[in-house]
Design a protein around this ligand. Structure first.
Ligand code: GDP
Ligand code: MG
Length: 163
């Protein structure tokens, strides 16, 4: 079986931008599980000769803020269940948010390897701002830019070692 890697995090941090950069082709879109739209995009990728299936979560737009948060929690729970490794994406522009802390709390209970991807570190001037994310408590922390590709290689090197 091919390893599964899920990308989770709150909206607008850049999950889909990262996903689109990595995948060679889209595999499927799965939705409408137990009355809630679970919009999950699957793609195939490989790095250093190791193939894996990548899941982009949270491409949905739905109802109230409460439902929205609950849906993110569901995506995280689902990722914890089915993924072999999880990329938890956050945004250096906004800094640590309450929703990031919520997701972090769920992920810390998982035994799966978690890679904290601090996205939108487009320039060296943003590296200092990334330090505050250590407060989320993850050992594997990577600064990257999904738009220009910087830092993604370091993350992927370590990710595929864990698969
Ligand atoms: P998602 O909701 O987490 O899937 O986020 P998207 O991939 O849709 O991106 C949300 C916004 O952030 C878009 O306007 C992207 O162009 C922007 N974005 C994504 N990655 C980067 C990045 O590395 N740097 C910057 N500056 N913007 C980014
Ligand atoms: Mg998205």
């Amino acid at each position: 079986m091919m390893s599964i890697v899920a990308v989770v995090g709150r909206p607008n941090v850049g999950k889909s931008t990262f996903f689109n950069r990595l995948i060679q082709r889209r595999e499927a879109i799965v939705d409408a599980v137990s009355g809630v739209t679970r919009d999950r995009h699957y793609g195939k990728s490989d790095w250093n000769g190791k193939e894996f299936s990548l899941i982009d979560t949270g491409g949905y737009v739905k109802g109230s803020d409460d439902i929205f948060e609950a849906e993110i929690d569901k995506q995280v729970e689902l990722a914890i269940d089915e993924a072999d490794a999880i990329i938890f994406m956050v945004d250096v522009e906004s800094g640590v948010t309450g929703m990031d802390q919520e997701v972090a709390k769920l992920l810390r209970r998982s035994k799966k390897p978690i890679f904290l991807a601090i996205n939108k570190v487009d320039a060296a001037s943003r590296v200092n701002d990334a330090l505050e994310f250590y407060s989320l408590g993850f050992e594997n922390q990577y600064n990257l830019s999904s738009i220009n590709g910087s830092g993604t290689g370091e993350l992927l090197d370590d990710l595929v070692k864990a698969l």
